[in-house]
Ligand binder design. Structure first.
Ligand SMILES: C[S@@+](CC[C@H](N)C(=O)[O-])C[C@H]1O[C@@H](n2cnc3c(N)ncnc32)[C@H](O)[C@@H]1O
Length: 263
């Protein structure tokens, strides 16, 4: 079995680990009862963790998501009209909620696991945060003018979520879904560390009233881009990543999309 501490410290909370074919199943203690949180891929001595099968991120991702992700959200938020009370579903460590500050009257971030919110006061001091899931929103009817979801609907039961979105939004309310990924180099990264099957979100199927794809360029030095890529894939080989990133230069191009959906 591969050495667990190689997986970016992610498996520090592991209670129980089994290898099933090429997959390493790791059970960690959630807040109340043990639950399967991570599936790592095993390929010879190489092993890594990308998307988490339950979808719920935990304390192991919190610091990386709080401090090592690039400032891309604000470029995306600047492209749509933010107004009133905004709910940010799947807010992670709070970066996507923070980007709404100055645009929204009130920002509420929702995240299933409190562990992911450990740095919320540093990341988004003006936002409010609630622990909960997109499929069962713990809010009154017509409580919000807008819902945002940055890279989080991939993990969500969309039928349940959109029914809840219709309930908690005021008439005329809209759901804005957006995400970004580093390209065009990302294809090389994906070949070595593929996304989990079923991870991709089919935006067209959500019948957006507006759907845009665009690039955002952010300057990041080598160390910052390496730290960021390790948040994308814990356990990725830092030597390989470092060599790859050295070919890119300081201007990091992110491919992005933004979709407005009337639920
Ligand atoms: C890729 S992260 C994005 C975090 C944040 N929006 C950002 O842009 O930094 C996806 C987030 O969705 C959350 N998530 C997973 N399942 C969810 C669910 N059912 N309801 C709400 N959020 C969920 C995860 O815990 C994780 O924090």
């Amino acid at each position: 079995m591969p050495a667990l501490d190689l997986v970016g410290g992610l498996l520090g909370q592991a209670q129980h680990v089994t290898v099933e074919g090429q997959r390493l199943l790791v059970v960690v203690d959630g807040h109340h009862k043990p639950q399967l949180l991570y599936t790592a891929h095993v390929c010879g001595n190489d092993h890594w963790v990308r998307q988490i099968p339950t979808g719920v991120y935990g304390s192991a991702q919190a610091a990386g998501y709080a401090f090592d992700r690039p400032p891309v959200h604000q470029h995306q938020v600047a492209r749509f009209a933010v107004r009133g009370r905004v709910l940010d579903v799947g807010c992670g460590a709070g970066l996507s909620a923070a980007a709404l500050h100055g645009h929204a009257e009130v920002v509420v971030g929702l995240e299933p696991n409190a562990g992911m919110l450990a740095y919320r006061r540093q990341v988004a001091p003006h936002a409010h945060f609630v622990v909960g899931r997109a499929e069962q929103l713990p809010f009154a009817d017509a409580a919000f003018d807008m819902i945002t979801a940055a890279g989080s609907l991939n993990y969500v039961d969309l039928d349940l979520f959109f029914a809840e979105a219709r309930r908690v939004l005021r008439p005329g309310g809209v759901v804005v879904v957006y995400d970004f990924w580093p390209g065009p180099w990302y294809e090389i990264f994906e070949r070595r560390y593929p996304s989990a099957p079923g991870y991709a979100l089919d935006i067209e199927a959500l019948r957006p009233r507006r759907y845009e794809r665009f690039d955002v360029t952010v300057s990041m030095d080598h160390e910052a881009s390496l730290r960021f890529m390790l948040t994308e894939c814990a356990g990725a080989d830092p030597g390989w990543l470092s060599e790859q990133l050295a070919t890119l230069g300081p201007d990091f191009v992110f491919h992005s999309y933004l979709a407005e959906i009337v639920p």
